[in-house]
Design a protein around this ligand. Structure first.
Ligand code: TMP
Length: 209
C-alpha cells in the first residue's frame, strides 16, 4: 500500500522545522514507520542544489533559473527518496514542497503560478501531498528576526517586499487549492501549534486504517 505524504508550508520563520522535529518524535513513539525530509534538499544532489540557490554570492540568479533549480532539486527528491518511501508504505513528512515554489517563485518572483506549476508537474510525476499543513503567521513579525541575522541566506535577504508577495501568494493558493490544505495558527504557543498539527495528521492517518 502507498504511504501517506504530508508537507509543511508557510512563510520563513513560521516554526515549521521545530514542529517537524516534534512530529517526528511523536510518530516514533507511536511506532509509525516514517521519514522526515526537507526542500530544497533531502538528497545529496538536492542539498548541493540548495547551496547554489541560497548562496549569497549568487546575486545575479534569474527568477527562471531559481524556479528551475528548486524544481530540479524536487525532481531528484521525488525520484530518489519520496517515491521509494511511499512505495514501502512509509509516512513521508517534508518541510516545504511544490506550494513553496508556487508562492515564492510564482508570485514572489512574478513568474506566474501556472508557469511554475507546469515545470513542477514535470518534476513531481503526479506525487501530490495527501495533506498540507500551512503554518500561518504574519511574515512581518517573523522576518525581522531572520533578515537581520548575519547568517541570513540569499532568500532571507530578499527583504520584506518579496516575502510579503510570497505570503500573498500563499493566501491565494489557499483559496485555489483548499482541498488538502489545513491551516494551523502558528502565532500560538508551540504546544498549541503542535497539538493542532497532530490532530490533522491523526485525522489523515486514521482514514487509511
Ligand atoms: P527553508 O528556510 O524553509 O529551508 O527554505 C529555504 C528558502 O527557500 C526559503 O526562503 C523558502 C525558499 N523556497 C522557495 O523559494 N521555493 C521553493 O520551492 C522552496 C522549497 C523553498
Amino acid at each position: 500500500m502507498r504511504g501517506q505524504f504530508i508537507t509543511l508550508e508557510g512563510p520563513d520563520g513560521s516554526g515549521k522545522s521545530t514542529i517537524l522535529k516534534l512530529v517526528g518524535n511523536y510518530l516514533r513513539d507511536k511506532g509509525i514507520d516514517f521519514i522526515t525530509t526537507r526542500e530544497p534538499g533531502g538528497t545529496e544532489i538536492g542539498e548541493k542544489i540548495r547551496q547554489i540557490i541560497l548562496d549569497n554570492n549568487n546575486i545575479n540568479m534569474g527568477g527562471e533559473t531559481e524556479a528551475l533549480l528548486y524544481a530540479a532539486a524536487r525532481a531528484q527528491h521525488v525520484h530518489e527518496k519520496i517515491i521509494p518511501a511511499l512505495e514501502e508504505g512509509k509516512v513521508v513528512i517534508c518541510d516545504r514542497f511544490i506550494l513553496s515554489s508556487l508562492a515564492y517563485q510564482g508570485v514572489g518572483r512574478n513568474l506566474g503560478i501556472e508557469r511554475v506549476k507546469d515545470i513542477n508537474d514535470f518534476a513531481i510525476r503526479g506525487i501530490y501531498p495527501d495533506l498540507i499543513l500551512f503554518f500561518h503567521v504574519n511574515p512581518e513579525v517573523t522576518l525581522k528576526r531572520k533578515i537581520g541575522k548575519k547568517s541570513a541566506d540569499r532568500l532571507e535577504r530578499e527583504g520584506s517586499d518579496f516575502h510579503n508577495k510570497a505570503y500573498q501568494g500563499y493566501m491565494k493558493l489557499l483559496k485555489m487549492y483548499p482541498k488538502n490544505i489545513k491551516i494551523i495558527d502558528a502565532s500560538k504557543p508551540i504546544e498549541e501549534v503542535f497539538k493542532q498539527s497532530i490532530e490533522e495528521i491523526e485525522n489523515l492517518l486514521g482514514k487509511g486504517e
